[in-house]
Design a protein around this ligand. Structure first.
Ligand SMILES: O=C[C@H](O)COP(=O)(O)O
Length: 252
């Protein structure tokens, strides 16, 4: 990490949580404000308003978990980037592997979502990561490069540094198996070098997060790697004490 890359820890609640859990979080964090990282909470979209009310005064940013690439229209159930902005989201996740799988999202669609968010003033947290069989074949860098290429060709170069990229190896998500610090650092260094090939300035400023079975016991070692600027946390973000410990592990 460097001074220009403020560490960021985002808790992706996925389809979990409740207003009661948000109340538990706000009670827990009420007297805990001293963190060295940006803290983001990504609740299910129906709870964004409550998260704004309860968590923003405690120093948290609020994020969506997905967005439509379209501006408006007859798309029942979808939410536009301008709606996410109006709802108070500073960030929104795109391209999570669960959405890629559950909803057949393509690299180009995910890049279009990121572009729509940037146009609305919302920072995309754009996810990449390989399945186990790809890593076993030694093809993980080529796989991630392919996932990123649509993003690089779609987002304006002068906006690329604003994007947050989360590397989440699919084999580490919700499995309890974490990428080793070396595996995670290798991929983050690869991603940063791929960005440097387009823009040295963007590579110096863009924040890269690691996600996949991050917990209080492994967060510090992961976050201390040179090219890892924080984490995208799933299961451990549902327990306030675990999430707080992970946030404490992210230091400038
Ligand atoms: O978005 C978060 C990731 O999918 C990581 O989930 P996990 O921490 O439960 O493995």
């Amino acid at each position: 990490m460097t001074d220009v890359r403020k560490p960021l820890v985002a808790g992706n609640w996925k389809m979990n949580g409740s207003i009661a859990l948000l109340n538990e979080f706000s009670g827990y964090f009420a007297d805990k404000r001293e963190f060295d990282c940006e803290r983001v909470i990504c609740p299910p979209s129906v709870f964004i308003s409550t998260a704004n009310t309860l968590m923003k005064p405690l120093g948290f940013a609020v994020a969506g978990q997905d967005v439509s690439a379209l501006d408006e229209g007859a798309h029942t159930g979808d939410l536009s980037a301008t709606m996410m902005a109006e709802a108070g989201c500073q960030y929104t996740i795109v391209g999570h592997s669960e959405r890629r799988t559950d909803h057949n999202e393509s690299n180009q669609l995910i890049a279009d979502k990121a572009k729509a968010l940037l146009a609305a003033g919302v920072i995309p947290i754009s996810c990449v990561g390989e399945p186990l069989e790809v890593r076993e074949q030694g093809q993980e860098q080529a796989f991630v490069a392919d996932q990123l290429s649509a993003l690089f060709s779609t987002v304006d170069l002068n906006e690329l540094a604003q994007v947050v990229i989360a590397y989440e190896p699919i084999w580490a998500i919700g499995t309890g198996v974490t990428a080793s610090p070396e595996q995670a650092q290798d991929m983050h260094a690869f991603i940063r070098s791929a960005i440097a090939a387009i823009s040295a300035d963007a590579a110096a400023r863009i924040r890269l997060l690691y996600g996949g079975s991050v917990k209080p016991s492994n967060a510090e070692e992961l976050f201390s790697q040179t090219d890892i600027d924080g984490g995208l946390i799933g299961g451990a973000s549902l327990k306030p004490e675990d999430f707080a410990a992970i946030c404490q592990a992210a230091k400038s």
